[in-house]
Design a binder for this molecule. Sequence first.
Ligand code: FM0
Length: 325
Amino acid sequence: MISRGKARAYSNIALIKYWGKRDEKYILPMNSSLSLTVDCFYTETEVVFSNSYAKDYFYLNGSLQDESATGKISSFLDLFRKAADIDMKAIVKSTNFVPTAAGLASSASGFAALAAACNVASELNVGLRELSMYARQGSGSAARSIYGGFVEWQKGTNERDSYAVPVDDAKWDIGMVIVVVNSNAKKVSSREGMKRTVSTSPFYRIWSDKAEEDVKEAKLAIKNRDFEKLGLITERNGLMMHATMLGANPPILYWEPESVLVMKMVKELRDEGISCYFTMDAGPNVKILCRMSESNRIKERLMEVFDEERIIVTGPGPGVVILAL
Ligand code: FM0
């Protein structure tokens, strides 16, 4: 017996961040978060279940992955195998479509695409809300990549009601400019970084309530098409997340000198009347929320300092897409 599924999912950038789990097994977040799905980076994944396979195989960008990487995929496949009551092993083939080679791989698009492909291949065929809960258990931020545009991941009360919901399609002159800042610094993964922050940072205590408020305010700003308000909340929330990490032990600093340079440039652009706002995740790259119609002006300015291939302009992306085999 053989059964297949294939899907594409787009990455997302959080405007109001997810940083900290209250449950590590089910990946339940301390606070709700809000993101923009982007169309510049996506993952396509094919899952084939067959009773002729002796074990699971995982190919990423064409190359067979080691036991450790495959093990993570196997645990995720188990969620679907259990729910659909199948015991077949699988071959998973995943390809990341990234505009540049400079380290923008995303667990969000990865697990969202894997969940959607598993949903078809296992014939479980759950709806998007439930699919979001499966994706969440691969990587928290993947819960949001099920939908396009602005998306809220509601923290919920338990493992059955923490899922993402669509907020707005973002088709109102919304864009993002991503600056790929090079870094040789040793990377602390989001998973490890947030865990350390929750358990050691005295600043963390005030984070989750504030983030919860920020999500509410950001949703209101989106509803009112108040771009400036949305941008200001985004910028503040991102900086506050990084402030919680600075208080961790040992402290975590993802910024590089060039990250700070971009932040200053964003402020300058704003003083000149271009409405743009920065945010950063668990790495040195800076993402600039802007008007799509002004993205080229922002890009031109950044090109005075950065090579063109390190500047990515993106619009809002769609939700998961089921692909023909
Ligand atoms: O995306 O431990 O989803 O809200 O990107 O796999 O659940 O990789 F800035 C950091 C994403 C964290 C903010 O964490 O963690 C955001 C972050 P996992 P993720």
